[in-house]
Design a protein. Structure first.
Length: 255
């Protein structure tokens, strides 16, 4: 298994990261993608990746934290990609969030710049969305972005899913599908081919069903696999094989 979206650089893991990584590896998680969120945390991401060879990185400016960034944040991001760090495989986590205070136009400006940076670098992106899927698709079309990526924590309709897939995106599937109450998302996911999906936890957030109120961790990724198997009727080992292939293809990682 590969956890395509987890924030092991967050303070939640500072005291026991070694044991979290060890437990996750013991549960069959082979790789971890750590998306970037803000300038001040990039150094911690690099530190984690240097310590654990199983960790891949993306760097980006998350819409939730944009109001906290320095004036030269985008220029700093550009310099990170000019340095060509081998562990940095994507631009992200970037996107739009209708629940934050920053005006939509400002968020869109930041998103467009980061999409164009990814396009110039020939890299995929990791997209964040919250009540903004249609606008995200519109901006992807506007910028001509064509490097693909992953839509983190996908929870839209089958129509929206296919619109992202047509643009070369995979869909990140996490703890949401472990909840029976997430009927619409579960129905959508059940109708999608495995070749379009990635597994993720979003640890330390988005806990699995039965673990509400607890810190999420990559070691629980098998619960997503189990739920996906029940929804799709596909054996768990085939889900692991296909989603691993999807990850390696998107991020150009050798198996």
């Amino acid at each position: 298994m590969i956890d395509s979206h987890c924030h092991l650089d967050f303070p939640d893991f500072d005291n026991d990261l070694d044991s979290v990584i060890a437990a996750s590896l013991a549960q069959g998680v082979k790789r971890f993608m750590l998306p970037g969120t803000e300038v001040s945390r990039w150094h911690r991401q690099y530190s984690v990746a240097q310590r654990y060879p199983e960790v891949d990185l993306a760097l980006g400016l998350h819409p939730y934290f944009l109001h906290l960034q320095p004036n030269d944040a985008f220029e700093q991001l550009q310099r990170q990609f000019e340095a060509v760090q081998p562990s940095v495989l994507a631009v992200g986590e970037i996107g739009l969030d209708a629940t934050v205070k920053m005006p939509a136009r400002e968020q869109e400006h930041w998103l467009e710049r980061q999409l164009l940076l990814a396009k110039d670098c020939g890299l995929p992106v990791i997209l964040h969305h919250r009540k903004t899927q249609d606008r995200l698709l519109s901006i992807i079309r506007k910028t001509g972005f064509d490097q693909g990526g992953v839509v983190h924590a996908f929870s839209g309709s089958e129509q929206v899913a296919n619109a992202f897939i047509e643009k070369g995106f995979l869909l990140g599937i996490g703890g949401t599908i472990t909840y029976a109450r997430a009927a619409k998302t579960r129905h959508t996911i059940s109708r999608l081919a495995l070749q379009h999906l990635l597994l993720e936890t979003d640890a330390p957030d988005m806990p699995m069903c039965g673990r509400q109120g607890q810190r999420n961790s990559p070691e629980f990724l098998s619960q997503v696999v189990s739920s996906l198997s029940q929804l799709s009727g596909v054996e768990e080992q085939e889900i692991i094989r296909q989603t691993t292939d999807n990850y390696c293809r998107l991020f150009r990682v050798l198996r």
